[in-house]
Design a protein around this ligand. Sequence first.
Ligand SMILES: Cc1ncc(COP(=O)(O)O)c(C=O)c1O
Length: 345
Amino acid sequence: MIRVDLRSDTVSHPSPEMRKAMAEAEVGDDVYGDDPTVNRLQDLAAEKLGKEAGLFVSSGTQGNLVAMLAHCQRGDAVALGELSHIYNSEAGGTSVLGGIAMVVLPNEKSGAIPADAIRAAGAPGDYHKSPVTVFAFENTQNNAGGTAITPDQTAVMVEAATDLGLKVHMDGARIFNASVALNLDPKELTEGVDSITFCLSKGLACPIGSVLVGSKGFIEEADRWRKMLGGGMRQVGIVAAAGVVALNSMIDRMAEDHANARKLAEGLAEYPEVEIDLHAVQTNIVRFSVPSGVGMPFAAAMYEEGVYMNPGDTSLRLVPHYGIDSEDIDFTLLAVQKAMAAATS
Ligand SMILES: Cc1ncc(COP(=O)(O)O)c(C=O)c1O
């Protein structure tokens, strides 16, 4: 039987307070702008991230896509990191549906993108190329290990992009993990950034949803694109109610997930077969590698021991979240001991 599911923070379940708020939510038709709970969530999200307005969307993918569609014309390009979710894991929607090219830039080990790469990509004047009109980066940077990008790193990237007249979008799916890890007001992480998508359905434990924030004009344009994508929902305050609870009471508790991730990472680091950069374990994501041929039997043996993780040949990831406590991490480390022995014998 599976006791600990560490495949992702997206597997977290809503809290009892969320379920109660959902059952009791005041609702209206959100396509008419009539849903008071959705409006409360959007305002709260915008306020927390220091922007004028917010738009409730079905997912992080939809939030990023709507942002790209609202910022760009067909034939434009977005410059973004090689590790980014938009480039790697959103089915190419930005290009397929938006006619927007993607110019892929290197990510540093920290997850940030070097300013000179942004300046080179965004330099105007060559009509052979799609004009780059947007720069997008991620915070936390999932594929770099859930690294938290600091305000200083952000300022350097924003300066390079805005010097060239580019709009700046942040895929902040886990922006509140970053603010908790850095012990900063989230607004300090979004300065100079035009739009941010963040997810309610990951570490914040909501069942559904993300919010896109930005200026009033940008959000009006994004709303039109959301409608076009079939993302206009009706009495969706039922779902947004969980988001209001999350923003009011689930952010600070993510420090617990970060502590659990650290404990897990330090336990894993004791195995000679495991390669792990402990410095990159800054939030709730633990990435590590094992020799080729070990990952698949290791994940299968972990499953047998009651721990669910995504399989992979060499590159593996564990993600603590709401519902996983310190004892579950002890249980997981015991499972690692047995599974590693089984996978390497
Ligand atoms: C960094 C990042 N951005 C965007 C998304 C997309 O979110 P969703 O699964 O809600 O579409 C994810 C999902 O894992 C993510 O990790």
